[in-house]
Design a protein around this ligand. Structure first.
Ligand SMILES: [Zn+2]
Length: 353
């Protein structure tokens, strides 16, 4: 898996102006079928024969070109002067020299990604609170009543994880959306996440903590949700992208979406693994799920929603009321987050296992 997170600075690219400034030129040298070359790069090519414009997309690295124009745009803002791509009876050809130049930019991009990545902030979001109890479990008789509220369970686990993350990483911004029995709105929780200012090489992860409920009293276990990859968020702010080629914006958004989804899945796996190790067989492992949760959908960063167990299952509800089990869930969540962060900060851009 390729890791990429950066602020997207989009620059208006006027191919027509470039075309006038530097007319097509012909040079000798070997020519290669562009599609064959792209396959070697594991990249895709899009080309509109009518306008002569196209792009090569490798992971999140975008190379834009126009037929017969010896200028390429690398990423959002960099120009490469190189022998043009030509269209020979419907077959797109690229020169060997241009292939070499683009390849070296790809290497440069990989190196950059590897060296600059860090998770600067972690936002823990205990669900519900205050007037909103979340799921409620009630058991027993009038004489011996047992009642448990989701808002209390998730605050306990979240506070534990929050404090341990702060102790582990004093240099990172570790944040929590509530520290007591209060109710920040969903919008406030998300804007807290989105308002954190990050350097270009920094990322934030968002972990929303909940407990489950079901009409089926037998349902039990923990699970982790991430965003449905079919859902396309508009992650590039269109107000900041004024004047941009309208074809570019959806491409950039699709790329970022893909990146966040991949990372969210890996974060989800890491947390599940943490629970498996800490909770063991005491609770059922319900696996990874995908959904369009509001909090997850609107957080512009790798984000997951954790369900620690069912308050509607009596056995599990009693577990969720025990200090010991809450600590184990805290261990699992903490270790899952730590593993995710360590992996990405230390193995730097390599493929995930
Ligand atoms: Zn909830």
């Amino acid at each position: 898996m390729r890791w990429r997170l950066c602020t997207v600075a989009v620059v208006l690219v006027a191919f027509t102006a470039l075309a006038t400034a530097a007319g097509p030129e012909k040079r000798d040298g070997a020519w290669i079928d562009l599609f064959e070359q792209a396959a070697l790069w594991n990249a895709s090519v899009m080309y509109d024969s009518l306008t002569g414009t196209g792009h090569i997309l490798r992971g999140s690295d975008l190379v834009r070109f126009k037929r017969n124009v010896p200028v390429f745009v690398l990423g959002t803002d960099r120009q490469l002067r190189a022998t043009e791509i030509r269209d020979v009876s419907g077959i797109l050809e690229i020169s060997e020299a241009t292939v070499a130049s683009i390849a070296s930019w790809f290497v440069e991009r990989d190196t950059e990604r590897a060296s600059r990545f860090s998770i600067a902030a972690i936002l823990i979001d205990p669900g519900h609170g205050g007037k909103d109890s979340g799921a409620i479990g009630e058991f027993g008789t009038a004489e011996s009543r047992f009642r448990i509220l989701e808002k209390d369970v998730v605050l306990s686990i979240s506070t534990d994880v929050y404090e341990r993350l702060r102790a582990r990483w004093p240099d990172k911004r570790i944040l929590i959306t509530r520290t007591g029995d209060t109710y920040p709105s969903l919008e406030e929780r998300v804007s807290l996440a989105n308002d954190i200012s990050l350097g270009i090489n920094e990322a934030i992860i968002y972990v929303s903590v909940h407990a489950n409920a079901s009409f089926n009293k037998a349902a039990s276990g923990f699970e982790v949700w991430y965003l449905d990859p079919e859902y396309r968020r508009t992650v590039v702010d269109s107000t900041k992208a004024e004047g941009v080629d309208e074809q570019v914006l959806p491409i950039l958004n699709a790329m970022l979406e893909e990146e966040y989804t991949t990372e969210s899945v890996f974060l989800a796996k890491s947390i599940l693994e943490g629970f498996r190790k800490s909770v063991g067989d005491v609770s059922v492992d319900r696996g990874i799920r995908e959904e369009e949760w509001f909090v997850v959908r609107n957080a512009r960063m790798p984000s997951v929603l954790v369900e620690v167990g069912f308050v509607t299952n009596e056995a599990e509800a009693r577990l969720l009321a025990s200090e010991d089990h809450l600590r184990k869930l805290g261990d699992g969540l903490y270790n899952g987050i730590v593993d995710f962060v360590d992996y990405f900060e230390h193995r730097k851009g390599e493929s995930a296992p």
